[in-house]
Design a protein. Structure first.
Lengths: 264, 244
């Protein structure tokens, strides 16, 4: 009896491991196909423009809300902490590093994972379930070139200005709170920001934009393409896409910072 | 001509097709009849190369397409139009954009030619006045006619229909069947129709293959179906119900 249970558990574990490895392999091949279709960008430039609007222009409000909130919150919390040490004049320096290197790109990545990633997963999943992706293949159109590559190109282009916008909004909200909450002169705040910023502060922040673009687009699109099992299946694949891409964004955020800061 | 030779296919542990062999000649309408979930739609996908068999071979015009790469299959697929069971219309495109999709996307025809061909299909399918509507605003029968127009617009030699009348009211079903019948007369097209409705077979098909428990149990001209002795065929002829 116990032996049978253990044997069944072992079989299930092996089955799950195989399924996981197969999934990784399929994701890898899917990603390669998405990059290989880049030369078709001229054919699908309209789709690229559409996706640039969706992931770029339409995402501005959510990026602004998150970056302004985190900039303001940082200014208040870090300002209170620095005040205890009599180092409030360093508020600009500490908030700018946090925003430019870490929180600006990270929050933007998480917000876009939720917004752009969920849209990709749901839209492509619904297309898969309703056989629209099969229809594309039946008509001799490569669905990865038509549906995934434009999303990837659009994200690679638009995540840079969104990162810049996120940094700008976060820093200025921090400056506003520094002046009005901590009564810190704006000159003192900005003087501790600009002269002390190093190229690596920008490199580490802006290098995350393309990394997040690739992770969010490919993971959410892959999960959309893998949807099965009706509308509930679309829901499952969308959730999986958001959870996995958000997790990978957090992991990638750590490693990009670590690698760049150790080597610059 | 499309031919399946000793094809077998499983989904997971479930064996769907067992040594299925089937021929579809040009300029004929062949029906594949069988209960739901028996693998009829799978046969259409095998013919298009959308899925690959576990064993056996698929030939299109004598060419073995079983192991062709996706890019190599595009030329093969351009010989066939497919009408999916749920129509698979691109829901973000209008009716005329759906019908003209292949012409713009793959054939890169000039816009005036695309418009002309799209209009021909819209007239053929009786969809005048609906050109700029989205698929969601049409009835089931109209959507099916759009799907047929989309499959026909690039003049394929064969059209594959997956349950063309499933879920339609009797009037719409009749319209769709007469549209399919007229294909051969007006366009000299061949067709494969997958269905579980036996009346559809007698209405439009020249020949029929019956798929039962993953095997072809009958494959001949439609008239001979009445003479078949297989118990399953006798039961469907008497009951006309295939939900077994």
């Amino acid at each position: 009896m116990h032996l049978t249970i253990v044997r069944n558990l072992y079989k299930q574990m092996i089955y799950d491991l195989k399924a996981f490895l197969l999934n990784i392999q399929e994701f890898f091949l899917f990603s390669v196909r998405a990059f290989v279709t880049f030369p078709k960008v001229r054919t699908y430039w309209r789709d690229v423009l559409d996706q640039m609007t969706i992931c770029g222009t339409d995402s501005i409000p959510i990026v602004l809300v998150s970056s302004i909130s985190i900039g303001a919150l940082l200014a208040i919390e870090v300002g209170n902490l620095l005040e205890d040490f009599g180092a409030k004049t360093m508020l600009g320096r500490s908030t700018s590093i946090s925003v430019l290197r870490e929180l600006g790109p990270l929050l933007m990545g998480l917000m876009l994972s939720a917004r752009f990633g969920s849209r990709n997963g749901a839209e492509l999943g619904a297309m898969k379930i309703s056989e629209q992706i099969d229809a594309l293949r039946a008509f001799g159109t490569d669905p990865v070139a038509k549906l995934v590559m434009p999303r990837l190109v659009a994200a690679l282009i638009m995540f840079f200005p969104l990162t810049a916008l996120s940094d700008y909004a976060g820093l200025h909200s921090a400056a506003y709170l520094a002046e009005h909450y901590h009564k810190l002169d704006p000159g003192i705040f900005w003087n501790s920001v600009y002269p002390r910023l190093l190229p690596k502060d920008f490199v580490v922040g802006f290098l995350k934009a393309p990394v997040f673009a690739i992770i969010i687009t490919l993971v959410s699109s892959f999960n959309g393409f893998s949807a099965r099992g009706g509308t509930a299946g679309v829901g499952r694949s969308t959730i999986k896409g958001i959870v996995v891409s958000s997790g990978l964004v957090l992991v990638a955020n750590f490693y990009v910072s670590k690698i760049v800061l150790e080597n610059m | 001509m499309i031919e399946l030779k000793n094809v077998c296919l499983s989904y997971g542990d479930k064996l769907i097709l067992k040594n299925v062999s089937l021929k579809v000649q040009d300029n004929t309408i062949k029906a594949i009849l069988g209960p739901s979930g028996v693998g009829k739609s799978t046969i259409l996908k095998l013919m298009l190369g959308l899925i690959k068999p576990d064993c056996g071979k698929v030939f299109v015009d004598g060419q073995d397409i079983t192991n062709l790469k996706e890019t190599e299959l595009y030329d093969i697929r351009r010989k066939m139009g497919m009408v999916f069971q749920g129509n698979a219309l691109f829901d973000s495109l209008t009716i005329s954009q759906n019908i003209g999709f292949f012409l713009r996307e793959n054939l890169k025809l000039p816009e005036d030619q695309v418009r002309k061909k799209v209009q021909e299909q819209i007239n053929f399918a009786g969809l005048e006045g609906y050109e700029d509507q989205l698929p969601e605003s049409l009835s089931g029968g109209m959507r099916k006619r759009v799907a047929i127009g989309r499959a026909m617009v690039f003049n394929p030699r064969m059209i594959l229909f997956d349950e063309p009348t499933a879920g339609l009211d009797p009037v719409s079903s009749k319209k769709i069947l007469s549209l399919i019948s007229s294909l051969r007369h007006t366009s000299n097209l061949g067709a494969v129709i997958v269905t579980h409705i036996i009346d559809d077979v007698f209405n439009v098909a020249d020949c029929v293959a019956v798929l039962y428990q993953g095997e072809i149990i009958f494959d001949d001209v439609t008239e001979k179906l009445h003479d078949a002795q297989h118990p399953f065929i006798r039961s469907i002829l008497s009951d006309k119900i295939l939900e077994l």
